[in-house]
Design a binder for this molecule. Sequence first.
Ligand SMILES: NC(=O)c1ccc[n+]([C@@H]2O[C@H](COP(=O)([O-])OP(=O)(O)OC[C@H]3O[C@@H](n4cnc5c(N)ncnc54)[C@H](O)[C@@H]3O)[C@@H](O)[C@H]2O)c1
Length: 318
Amino acid sequence: MTTMTRTVLVTGAAGFIGSHLVDSLLDKRMKVIGIDNLSAGKEDFLADAKLNDRFEFHVLDLLKDDLTELLRGVDTVYHLAANPDVRSGSTDTRPHFDQNVLATYLLLESCRKARVPKFIFASTSTVYGEVDVMPTPEDYGPLLPISIYGASKLACEAIVSAYSHQYGMRSVIFRFANVVGPRSTHNVLHDFIRKLHENPQELEILGAAPGTSKSYIHVSDTVNGIMTGSEKAEGLVEVYNIGSRDWTFVKDIANIVVDKMGLKGTKFKWTGGVNGGGWVGDVRKMLLSSKKLEKIGWVPELTSSEAVELATMDILSE
Ligand SMILES: NC(=O)c1ccc[n+]([C@@H]2O[C@H](COP(=O)([O-])OP(=O)(O)OC[C@H]3O[C@@H](n4cnc5c(N)ncnc54)[C@H](O)[C@@H]3O)[C@@H](O)[C@H]2O)c1
């Protein structure tokens, strides 16, 4: 019996999560087309993938290039390309609407024309805003994001849902907690490590002690979650949270980084923050319920602290 090789397309393929997803899809014997405009991603992250003859990579920009022809015959699109910088939205709003909302709309239009049957969207815990139910399930509402980034991602979710209902394209939306691991390029761990290299005696931390409490998830658990959810989702539009079962405080993260860098006696200097968060638009507490994904077979292997520890060691060994 011969099995057909499925062709999938990943946007943001040279990014942090996208490049790991490409590796996993290739492991599952799929033909993978990766696209990225390399604004944040690095082709080096695709070094292994490029050795595989089931992989092809195109430097394309979702805002400038029409993907319709490339999408013909594609079974599933994994849309990860975005401006993922939550903090930047407080000063510069436009990139989130262009890189997230407009880019997603243009991609969906191309998918519709090319009759792509399935669309996977990388969304975020920030769509929930400040919540009063924790762990927060997928059906929590109303969804009132407090950052421009979260708002732009929620707008994308709405457009994805409408395309599914109007044109029959099945979709799966994943709301990630804070993802950490190898090939990350910007997050709290990078900030702390950079600052501590500059001044090992004192670490300036945005916010007030002990800082926000959030769930961290390792990229390996995240990609396993995407693979499980996208294969097993049954509805026309399914939404899954992907987060570890616990959270960690910023202070604990600072302690982990100081410890892994082998420093002693580092003083923490808290800036005071804004509304209990580190910056304008920073959610104070985030813990997702991932029971829906766990019920169909996904198990997060690492806790928040374990994910942070492993990711810190990875960055330090780079
Ligand atoms: N990292 C996290 O903690 C986290 C949490 C929640 C959601 N997400 C979402 O997951 C996805 C991947 O995030 P990441 O952390 O890997 O970010 P990343 O910046 O590493 O990856 C995004 C990739 O998209 C590319 N890109 C951006 N605009 C593009 C465009 N117009 N055309 C083509 N390519 C473009 C960038 O070059 C980059 O390689 C994003 O949608 C992000 O919003 C990430």
